[in-house]
Design a protein around this ligand. Structure first.
Ligand SMILES: *Cc1c(COP(=O)(O)O)cnc(C)c1O
Length: 407
């Protein structure tokens, strides 16, 4: 079973009541009371996915980057309800594996609205994507380019450049991407092989704290674009500026329109015919999920109360291991004096600690812990370690203009 089907199978839909007024973008997060009602109904651990947050984030980024086609990168939250919501809003999609191809195909996404951006692919990944009708692929080296000799009549290529970013959560340019010089070599060799090069791409790294890296990368790509035409190679038509747009976890980040302003200035320097696309993941989905875990047991250790939750590092909080995302976490219970406490996950592994210092009121077993901003790189990377089942997903507001919760 693929990950996407596993995730899909656990989804429960909550019918939402239609309201008359057009409230599409007056987004209100589900309140603690709503979350507690859902936990009472469906049990814990639970991930509450609010499609209204996805619409809001998609349109916020679209408004901040006018003229840029947004391909949602499925990787941070590969759920069918997310795909359906974004499809309705007119989004395009960024795929990396055959499992992701299957997911968008199953939801009726037209293949012209997809690109495949994994820089290193199995032949089966290429064949599956082409069979679906996705024809744009990414390479960052000659070995990968040669895989497309067999598909040169169907495929078009983006060459991925790398620009290191030690400030990002995940410096993706360490693992993927080539230098501008190597990009020119790849583009020249593609010309000899008869493989069409559509353009360039980069990813500045996830949760990029400032837009400077995008501006530097766009300027470097502009030089490559000029060099390509000076060499008499076919003109590049597309620049893909990747993902990495940041969201506020426990630290504020720039509002997205302020963040994107210098990016737009840099993009305006490119040839007017250049088509610009982006691959946002985290920005679209991070705020859409609120997770609920319940206290399984507790112990006093070295002066602190340890609360053992039914969800942890090997489950919905998996992002804490590699993503350093400081999710806003609190107890549902608000009243009472607060004490320094530890929140531990359910498994028998000692690294399974969600927070080793958090101020909480005295909790009883069964009390709830509510975590916000849990949409990106959480459920997607969760496991069933120790046979603790990953959280179920409850979907709110899949219909546009509907209320957060009925009854
Ligand atoms: C993960 C990934 C994305 C999404 O990145 P975010 O930082 O979540 O926006 C986009 N493109 C590629 C190629 C990726 O690997």
């Amino acid at each position: 079973m693929t990950l996407s089907t596993q995730l899909k199978d656990t989804v429960t839909k909550v019918p939402a009541a239609a309201v008359a007024a057009n409230q599409a973008f007056d987004y209100v997060q589900p309140t603690n009371t709503h979350i507690e009602q859902l936990a009472a109904q469906f049990g814990a651990p639970l991930m509450v996915l609010d499609c209204e947050a996805i619409r809001r984030q998609y349109h916020a980024l679209k408004n901040a980057l006018p003229g840029v086609v947004l391909h949602f990168a499925l990787k941070p939250l590969p759920l069918a309800a997310v795909v359906r919501t974004l499809l309705e809003e007119g989004a395009s999609f960024d795929l990396a594996t055959s499992g992701e191809v299957d997911l968008v195909a199953s939801q009726g996404v037209p293949s012209e609205r997809t690109i495949h951006t994994h820089p290193i692919k199995r032949d089966s990944d290429i064949r599956d994507a082409l069979a679906y009708g996705c024809t744009v692929f990414v390479v960052d080296n000659i070995n990968e380019l040669e895989k497309f000799i067999a598909y040169k009549d169907q495929a078009e290529i983006l060459v991925r450049l790398s620009f290191r970013n030690k400030d990002a959560f995940a410096d993706l340019s360490k693992k993927f991407g080539c230098s501008p010089d190597v990009a020119i070599d790849i583009i020249s060799y593609a010309q000899q092989l008869g493989i069409r090069i559509k353009g360039l791409s980069f990813h500045v790294g996830s949760q990029s704290p400032n837009p400077t890296k995008y501006v530097e990368a766009i300027n470097a790509c502009a030089k490559v674009i000029t060099k390509v035409s000076e060499l008499g190679l076919p003109a590049l038509s597309t620049l893909d500026i990747g993902g990495g747009f940041p969201v506020p976890y426990s630290v504020d980040v720039l509002p997205i329109d302020v963040f994107c302003a210098p990016i737009n200035v840099a993009l305006a320097q490119l040839p007017e015919t250049m088509q610009i696309i982006a691959e946002p993941g985290r920005f679209i989905v991070a705020s859409s999920v609120t997770s609920v875990a319940s206290v399984m047991g507790q112990a006093q250790r070295e002066g602190k109360t340890w609360y053992y939750l039914d969800d942890g590092i090997y489950g919905s909080f998996s992002g804490l291991m590699f993503d350093e995302a400081a999710y806003p976490i609190d107890s549902a219970k608000q009243e009472g004096e607060r004490f320094e406490s530890v929140l531990a996950g359910p498994t028998c592994d000692s690294i399974d600690v969600v927070s080793d210092s958090i101020m909480l009121p005295k909790l009883n077993n069964g009390d709830l812990i509510i975590s916000r901003m849990m949409g990106a790189y959480t459920l997607a990377t969760a496991t069933d370690f120790n046979f603790f089942k990953r959280a179920e997903v409850v979907v709110l507001n899949e219909q546009v203009h509907s209320q957060v919760l009925t009854g």
